[in-house]
Design a binder for this molecule. Structure first.
Ligand SMILES: Cc1cc2nc3c(=O)[nH]c(=O)nc-3n(C[C@H](O)[C@H](O)[C@H](O)COP(=O)(O)OP(=O)(O)OC[C@H]3O[C@@H](n4cnc5c(N)ncnc54)[C@H](O)[C@@H]3O)c2cc1C
Length: 581
């Protein structure tokens, strides 16, 4: 029996659930399914803390939100997409309220908003510091109301099925049994999230391994702007757990080992030469992470067993504010660092947080590969350009999740033919079964995959971290190709079929190695510094050569080919980046 649906969504996080609801609302005749490698509520969206940006106050405007996003993205954003995004974001957040999301309130009953890095007006809606939890819960309980939305929880998608240049479904393994099945569909939407796990220190959950990027790329869809990797300036050392930007929005300070608010010594892109003390901790994430590296060079950080750190100081906010606005931060610090931020300093360091790049889509979530759509962090529309502003990602996954859902629904309604599997497609499924049996279940290789994974992570941090150079990137590229080779002869010890987590880790590592190579390759070719991509050998932004997105294609021989289509500019010609409130 073949499993078959009209629209198949890979990913049960915020983007996937929003897309599924959009399909179900759009056309009652369509069957829609969500495949997710974890139970939907365990998707990374659940851990978003700080909030979701959308214009709501009378002193704010859509143009200002658009401008902040575009200048924050160092002019690499597709401006038509940003205009759509800021316009539709308020409606999406209100819809969520109607579906039950408990947005925090002002005493007079209005929706509360907080300041956020790079946003010149207060427009970040929040539900205490558990925004992602409430958002995902709201979407999940709404999706549950539609019986038509089928779910394959704890199924792992290994491959996209392509027939004659068109995506016609996926091959997936059911983790509980190890059985491998084709699930066919007229349209597939990738909502698989980011891939912070290719770096050693990350806020990203262990499941964020870039599978969707690898799936799309291998199937022939191009990836966009992959060299732009966002570091968040305040992760807990060792675990990488995020201390939300909301902690600084509420008035937290970053101080070095001398107790000095060091950000005042750096150009954060503010109009005045010296940033205003009040707002400097809310400078853009890329500039704050870069300032940290400079503090290391000046010997003004503290050494710990997990590398150098600075401190985040919340003590002056007092217990009442911390408990009301940042309860989760207090809980995390107590549980994972054994410190109480009401009385103690929090050690922090920059950690990888978000991928600006992703599967190239248009403003409807469609990729150039027929039948394939993408939304959320896995996609690159692009509204984030070279550096995402905090709190833009949650509204992005709502706006473009809904758009991708509607576009996929209309594509599936108009698609010719049924979802019967043609022999050529059946052959791909059999190939995949054989590959798993041969390569993975019966592998007596030399070394465990964990060793290769650790080396990949160290390679990325050293070669393609906060600062990069032609030299560091070239070395990283060499090391990664050796790691690819070693991966092919790695060893799998677990031969069982029931919840074989080692097999899962191997499949994930194979995607991560591909994505890591792509990031390094694109970073090597972009000979300029822009947003999160800082080249020490090319320190200036070069609009003449690189006011362009990078699009990386996989050629027939497996090599990477990069093109540079110009950035879509509608109303905001490139200027200096300006921050501060
Ligand atoms: C700690 C943290 C805090 C954050 N805070 C904020 C914030 O305050 N505001 C903000 O705007 N943004 C924030 N972000 C960013 C934002 O949360 C994410 O970008 C966003 O939630 C991603 O949602 P998504 O739906 O695209 O992917 P995810 O929520 O990551 O979901 C991915 C889904 O894909 C599935 N999947 C992946 N691969 C496969 C596969 N091979 N087969 C089957 N299923 C698969 C997973 O099971 C999962 O369901 C934060 C991120 C982190 C890590």
């Amino acid at each position: 029996m073949t499993l078959s649906h009209d629209v198949l969504i890979v990913g049960g996080g915020g983007a996937g659930l929003r897309a599924a609801i959009a399909v179900a609302e759009d056309d009652a005749r369509l069957s829609v399914a969500i495949v997710s490698k974890v139970y939907p509520m365990r998707s990374h969206t659940v851990s978003a803390e700080g909030g979701a940006a959308a214009v709501i106050r009378p002193d704010d405007s859509l143009d200002e939100h658009a401008y902040d996003t575009i200048s924050g993205g160092d002019w690499l954003c597709a401006q038509d997409a940003v205009e759509v995004f800021v316009k539709e974001a308020p409606g999406e957040l209100l819809r969520l309220e109607h579906w039950g999301c408990p947005w925090s309130r002002e005493p007079d009953g209005r929706v509360a908003v907080r300041p956020f890095g790079g946003m010149k007006k207060m427009r970040t809606w929040y539900a205490a510091d558990r925004t992602g939890f409430h958002l995902l819960h709201t979407l999940f309980q709404t999706a549950l109301q539609y019986e038509r939305i089928a779910r394959y929880d704890e199924w792992y998608v290994m491959k996209l099925l392509v027939d004659d240049g068109r995506v016609v479904g996926v091959v997936a393994v059911e983790l509980m049994s190890g059985r491998i099945e084709a699930i066919t569909a007229k349209a597939v939407i990738l909502c698989t999230g980011g891939c912070g796990q290719i770096y050693p220190f990350t806020t990203n959950a262990a499941i964020k391994t870039g599978d969707g990027l690898g799936l799309a790329y291998r199937a022939g869809a191009p990836l966009k702007d992959m060299e732009f990797v966002q570091y968040h300036p305040t992760g807990l050392p060792f675990t990488g757990i995020l201390v939300t930007e909301a902690a600084r929005a509420e008035g937290g300070w970053l101080i070095n080992k001398d107790g000095y608010r060091y950000l005042q010594d750096y150009d954060l892109g503010t109009p005045s030469p010296k940033p205003v003390l009040r707002s400097m901790e809310l400078g853009p994430r890329d500039r704050l992470s870069q300032a940290f590296v400079k503090e290391i060079e000046k010997g003004r950080t503290l050494d710990t067993p997990y590398g150098p750190v600075v401190h985040l100081d919340l003590r002056h906010l007092g217990e009442t504010v911390i408990d009301a606005r940042l309860p989760f931060v207090r809980e995390l610090c107590r549980s994972y660092e054994n410190i109480d931020p009401v009385h103690e300093l929090i050690p922090v360091r920059p950690v990888v947080h978000y991928m600006m790049g992703g599967v190239h889509t248009d403003i409807h979530g469609a990729t150039p590969l027929e039948g394939l759509f993408a939304a959320g962090e896995a996609a690159c529309v692009s509204i984030n350009g070279a550096n995402r502003l905090g709190s833009n990602s949650l509204p992005e996954l709502l706006v473009f999740g809904a758009r991708a859902g509607r576009a996929a629904a209309s594509f599936a309604s108009g698609a010719q033919g049924g979802t019967a599997v043609r022999p050529a497609v059946q052959a791909q499924v059999e190939d995949e079964r054989r590959r798993l049996e041969r390569d993975l279940f019966h592998r007596d290789g030399k070394e465990p995959i964990s060793a290769i994974r650790e080396e990949m992570r160290a390679t990325m941090e050293e070669g393609a971290g906060i600062y990069r150079s032609g030299d560091s990137l070239a070395k990283a590229a060499d090391r990664l190709s050796v790691l690819q080779e070693r991966f092919r002869s790695a060893r799998l010890e677990d031969r069982s079929r029931t919840f074989n987590t080692e097999l899962l880790a191997a499949l994930e590592l194979s995607f991560m190695l591909d994505v890591a190579e792509i990031i390094v390759h694109c970073a090597l070719l972009r000979e300029e510094s822009r947003g999160a991509h800082q080249r020490v050998d090319f320190p200036a932004r070069d609009d003449h050569r690189f006011l362009a997105n990078s699009l990386v294609h996989r050629d027939a021989d497996g090599s990477q080919r990069v093109e540079y289509p110009p950035v879509t500019i509608t109303r905001w010609p490139p200027g200096e980046r300006v921050y501060g409130r």
